[in-house]
Write a protein that binds this ligand. Structure first.
Ligand code: FUB
Length: 476
């Protein structure tokens, strides 16, 4: 019974039309020249079914893992209780790995699951996050550890790693193996981490916030430089970069460079101007498969704003002298790197755009797409069918009357190349496999899995896979 299936707390029901209209209006209001929207390219923000904030990308084994915070629906403050992990091999289709880290992971934390960063060292993944210490009432930096980039993560120490009431840790491991943790608002600090990544040598050192190093802010005698929060430190061609949220409020993204990890820093200017309907912004930069990517957040989803943010990404190229160009927010996001292979199992929660759907942990492992109603759909971008597909198989469950999975090309109303009926399976986590013929799916296409049926929740999907061949017949 669908009435026995309460809405998840995070449900953010979108339709593509609403999302697009609102997002387009928001972004057009601030970046008129940069936006050239077409339906097929509207892939920012990266996630549509929950609000996400404070992106921290990590490249590992041919994928980008994206660690984010999570703004609760309807927030009127930075009401954040858990963190989320997403990953992609192509920068447009992102897999939802759920929430392997939350306030509950840290027994000593009471609130404020704010902006963190994860790094890999010696096969382990260390995730540094700011949270409020229940005992002191101050913000502290905790560190969680896992053997996998997608968790589960556990509290590495059972206490804060470092605590001085400031926030937003970023971690950087230099070529000589020395790791540094930087954080701070209103100050900027660093400490040298030991090789275990969960202890440090020497005390926290305050980085001098000079106007030469971090630019000049006017109008706030207490904050003479542009540095506000959210540092992101990395090294490229021997030059150390510190990208940060500047000025307040609204923030923009700026950066400084230095010849070494501890400075001296020189202010270099704007990376991303104030844009996008959120009064904060937060940077994360990585190189992946030969390109550079800038992650940030805005208020681009329906209901979005300063406390209901969404993470987005743009591809960029460094200037020849190593400076970073000014980057504007777009609805289109980064181009796809390669294509998606439909002939291997694909998780249902790997998608470029979801309309109306939610995700949840699946009883048989991983996550599944659920809370599906008539007309909801997921878009999977750049699916390489090659000469043709002959069957479609999906792992599905339904605690109601079930529904139909329509396989459409190009748009939610595009050509139908298959239809798969899903029966009642005896429960929302009672999984079964259904297979149906496919005809007319060839070449590289944006695939839409569109769900139809009666009223209420129809079905859940855990994974899908096509078989190749041209013997299938197109449904009428
Ligand atoms: O998400 C909570 C706070 O907002 C972060 O810690 C800051 O960087 C700002 O994005």
């Amino acid at each position: 019974m669908k009435t026995a299936r309460p809405l998840p707390a995070t449900r953010t029901r979108l339709t593509r039309a609403v999302a697009w209209t609102v997002g387009l209006l928001l972004v057009l209001a601030v970046v008129p020249a940069a936006v050239q929207p077409t339906e097929a390219r509207a892939d920012n923000p990266i996630v549509q079914h929950v609000y996400t904030a404070d992106p921290a990308p990590l490249v590992h084994n041919g994928r980008v893992y994206l660690y984010t915070g999570h703004d609760e629906d309807g927030s009127t403050y930075f009401t954040m209780k858990d963190w989320r992990v997403w990953s992609s091999a192509d920068m447009v289709n992102w897999t939802d790995h759920g929430s392997p880290l939350s306030l509950a992971t840290f027994s000593w934390a009471s609130a404020d699951a704010w902006a963190g960063q994860a790094v890999q060292r010696n096969g382990r993944f260390y995730w540094y996050v700011p949270v409020k210490n229940r005992a002191t009432g101050r913000m502290a930096i905790g560190v969680a550890v896992s053997d996998s980039p997608t968790g589960p993560f556990r509290d590495a120490l059972g206490r804060p790693l470092v605590e001085n009431g400031e926030i937003d840790p970023t971690v950087f491991i230099d070529d000589d193996g020395q790791a540094y943790l930087y954080w701070g608002n209103p100050n900027l600090w660093y400490v040298r981490l030991n090789a275990d990544m969960t202890s440090y040598s020497g005390g926290p050192t305050r980085i001098p916030l000079t106007t030469a190093g971090f630019g000049t802010r006017t109008g706030d005698p207490n904050r003479p430089t542009l540095y506000e929060e959210g540092p992101w430190v990395y090294k490229r061609n021997g030059l150390y970069y510190m990208v940060f949220a500047a000025k307040c409020c609204s923030e923009f993204i700026a950066y400084s460079t230095a010849p070494g990890p501890t400075g001296p820093w020189t202010y270099r200017g704007t990376v991303m101007p104030t844009q996008g309907s959120s009064f904060t912004n937060h940077p994360g930069i990585v190189d992946f498969k030969g390109n550079s990517y800038f992650f940030y957040h805005n208020g681009g989803l329906p209901g979005g704003g300063g406390y209901t943010r969404s993470v987005a990404v743009e591809r960029f190229s460094y200037n020849a002298d190593g400076t970073i160009p000014v980057i504007s927010m777009t609805n289109s996001g980064a181009p796809q790197v390669g294509t998606l292979n439909p002939y291997v199992r694909q998780e249902a929660e790997t998608l470029a755009w979801g309309s109306g759907i939610e995700t949840e942990p699946a009883a048989e492992g991983g996550m599944n797409v659920g809370w599906i109603e008539n007309g909801d759909y997921v878009k999977v971008k750049g699916v390489a069918f090659g000469p043709g597909a002959s069957t479609f198989t999906a792992r599905v469950a339904s605690g109601s009357g079930g529904g139909t999975v329509e396989l459409r090309l190009g748009s939610p109303n595009g050509t139908v190349v298959g239809r798969c009926g899903v029966p009642n399976t005896g429960g929302w986590q009672a999984w079964t496999t259904v297979t149906c013929p496919v005809g007319g799916a060839a070449g590289t296409q944006d695939l839409y899995l569109r769900f139809t049926g009666g009223s209420g929740y129809l079905l859940n999907m855990n994974w899908w896979q096509f078989t190749s061949g041209t013997t299938g017949t197109a449904p009428r």
